[in-house]
Design a protein around this ligand. Structure first.
Ligand code: NAD
Length: 407
């Protein structure tokens, strides 16, 4: 067996060897069940596509409960270092430590590696019954800003000296703003940083994606009618970037605009957008949005096409090349160790990873195997509930069913 070599970033983009080392976190709860099945499917897809010429060389790194049990830390520095030096990796779901010193392992990973884009494609697999009339109309890719907004963690707890100091400062410096705080003695405070740089790099990635994949539009989703200097600025900076870097021209009086290649840049207020995706899903293709909106929209859209069991995700820094692909669901603790969890979210994240490193033939095989298994009604229990007459397979049997459909 060949030893692996790291993926590297060059001025021309990623340089991917034939045997790249891929750091992976197995994850907590149902993570090990999912990993066991998914690894076999991914390796078989690569082998079916390239024979012995290419292989992923997996390197396990620790995080979550397993890291805590073995090393007494939820996110070891060695794990961050591995993702930093090896560039591209994948992770299963992680338990969020309760009352620990770390707010969320996922947020820590995203911030530690400055993975500013959370990319979540949402597509429908034929045969699944969903809550909407025609889920096949949903075909969107969400670009969620990953490092700013209220998720940045600039929060002060109610009743602490820090919250009091903050309020005193606000009263001294901005008395009119301080007057807007209804119950200052018992308020907690959260700061919502939204910067021009943070917005531009996210919107740039979304537009570049739309151009590369010939998508018809990019929708900037925001709540700028209320939060004018954060979410409103996100919208304005997004439009400015489209005009300045991509040559967009206003449509009518604007602010909607069109790129020379026809791609439309538009915007939508987030609450209206949650109606739009139900009523006019065809009108939206690539979505660029802030951190919190992106969280809500991803789950709502995932539910429209069959739930979080099949929703993949990636956290990417397009400048450095760093990328961590992830199952977007949680640890599903009730299914842990039962060989029942659905590995599709993890597998479709692996599909995204294979495309990111340019291994499209292997990626295509994974998607087509999932499509065939769903069409043949051979699925895990969560999907069987949404497919009339479907068999309910264990995670490992579903893995076998996919491998049989890879050819
Ligand atoms: P969850 O996603 O684990 O579970 C929600 C529901 O979806 C449950 O009914 C579960 O059984 C089902 N489900 C989830 N994944 C499934 C799969 N692959 N196959 C079949 N059914 C699946 O969310 P939760 O219960 O809110 O969170 C449990 C733990 O996971 C918490 O510690 C939470 O902090 C953590 N979490 C981690 C991530 C992540 O690592 N990306 C994301 C969300 C939650």
């Amino acid at each position: 067996m060949s030893e692996g070599t790291p993926i590297t970033m060059t001025a021309q983009g990623l340089r991917v060897p034939d045997f790249p080392i891929i750091p992976h976190i197995i994850g907590d709860g149902s993570g090990p069940d999912i990993w066991r099945a998914a690894q076999r499917v991914i390796d078989a897809a690569v082998s079916a596509a390239y024979g012995d010429a290419r292989r992923l060389v997996w390197q396990e790194v620790l995080a979550g409960q397993k890291a805590y049990d073995q090393l007494n830390t939820w996110l070891p520095q060695s794990t961050l270092d591995a993702f930093r030096s090896l560039l591209v990796g994948i992770k299963g779901p992680l338990t969020t430590p309760v009352g620990g010193g770390i707010r969320s392992l996922n947020v820590a990973l995203r911030q530690g590696l400055d993975l500013y884009c959370c990319v979540r494609p949402v597509r429908y697999f034929k045969g699944i019954e969903t809550p909407v009339k025609d889920p096949s109309l949903v075909d969107m890719v969400i670009f969620r800003e990953n490092t700013e907004d209220i998720y940045a963690g600039v929060e002060l707890q109610s009743g602490t000296p820090e919250a009091q100091t903050f309020f005193n400062w606000l009263s001294d410096c901005f008395p009119k703003l301080a007057n807007k705080v209804r119950f200052p003695d018992t308020s907690g405070f959260g700061v919502k940083p939204v910067s021009r740089e943070g917005t531009e790099r996210l919107v740039r990635a979304a537009i570049q994606y739309a151009v590369a994949h010939r998508r018809p539009s990019v929708t900037l989703v925001h709540k700028g009618n209320i939060m004018k200097f954060t979410e409103g600025a996100f919208r304005d900076w997004g439009y400015e970037l489209a005009r300045r870097e991509f040559g967009a021209e206003p449509i009518g009086k604007g602010p909607w605009c069109r790129l020379p290649n026809g791609i439309v840049i538009k915007d939508c207020i987030c609450d209206a957008f949650l109606q739009e995706i139900l009523i006019h899903p065809k009108d939206h293709s690539v979505i660029a949005t802030l951190n919190l909106n992106g969280d809500y929209c991803s789950d709502a859209l995932a539910a429209q096409v069959g739930g979080i069991g099949i929703a993949p995700g990636a956290n990417i820094n397009y400048k450095t090349g760093h990328a961590v692909f992830e199952a977007t669901h949680g640890t599903a603790p009730a299914l842990a160790g039962l060989d029942k969890a659905n590995p599709c979210s993890f597998l479709l994240s692996a599909e995204m990873m294979l495309r990111y490193i340019g291994w499209h033939e292997a990626a295509d095989r994974i998607v087509s195997a999932i499509e065939k298994a769903i069409a043949d009604k051979q699925v895990t229990a969560d999907l069987a509930e949404m497919i009339p007459g479907a068999a309910s397979l264990s995670t490992s049997a579903f893995g076998d069913a996919l491998i049989a459909r890879l050819a």
